[in-house]
Design a protein around this ligand. Structure first.
Ligand SMILES: Cc1cc2nc3c(=O)[nH]c(=O)nc-3n(C[C@H](O)[C@H](O)[C@H](O)COP(=O)(O)OP(=O)(O)OC[C@H]3O[C@@H](n4cnc5c(N)ncnc54)[C@H](O)[C@@H]3O)c2cc1C
Length: 136
């Protein structure tokens, strides 16, 4: 039996599998070792929210590259990811100030919406809340 492999990945969570995919696409042989019958770690239990908007500088560039990569992998694996953007609620003037600063710095990524605008789209939203959201 030949156990030779270029890359040995321990753990079939998202980090391990991401490394496995990248290695395979570089023509390397990969073996993934997982202690459980199937991966049941953090990658299975998380909220499934991938947010790139909160990053800045070099990390923002990396996050946008990663976003394209994950959407490509999602399309190939049929996981059903939805690139819908996100809503962040401001429940206090201080929180609103942070969102206003973010919207001013990132006009292509973030727009402020009033409670009324959000309520028109999401009837369950609270009546006196301001929101920041990516442009639709
Ligand atoms: C409740 C919750 C919500 C989260 N929500 C989000 C979110 O919305 N967005 C986001 O980006 N991140 C979120 N995260 C964080 C994200 O899920 C983790 O950062 C990510 O899944 C970590 O991936 P991983 O591959 O490192 O770990 P894991 O998914 O835990 O994978 C590690 C794997 O390694 C295996 N393993 C460990 N030791 C060994 C060994 N000795 N031999 C063989 N196998 C081994 C484990 O069985 C496991 O399958 C959340 C996390 C939690 C817990």
């Amino acid at each position: 039996m030949n156990n030779a492999t270029d890359v040995l990945v321990v753990g079939a969570g998202v980090v391990g599998l991401a490394h496995a995919v990248e290695a395979l696409e570089r023509g390397l042989t990969v073996t993934v070792v997982e202690r459980d019958g199937r991966a049941v770690g953090a990658s299975i239990r998380n909220f499934g929210h991938a947010c790139v908007t909160g990053q800045s500088g070099d990390l923002a560039e990396l996050a946008h590259l990663a976003r394209e990569r994950w959407l490509d992998l999602d399309g190939r694996a049929g996981l059903g990811a939805r690139a819908t953007g996100g809503l962040a609620v401001a429940r206090h003037a201080t929180e609103l100030a942070v969102l206003e600063e973010l919207a001013a710095a990132r006009p292509d990524d973030v727009v402020l919406r009033t409670a009324g605008q959000v309520r028109a789209e999401l009837p369950a939203a609270a009546p006196t809340t301001w929101w920041a959201a990516p442009p639709s």
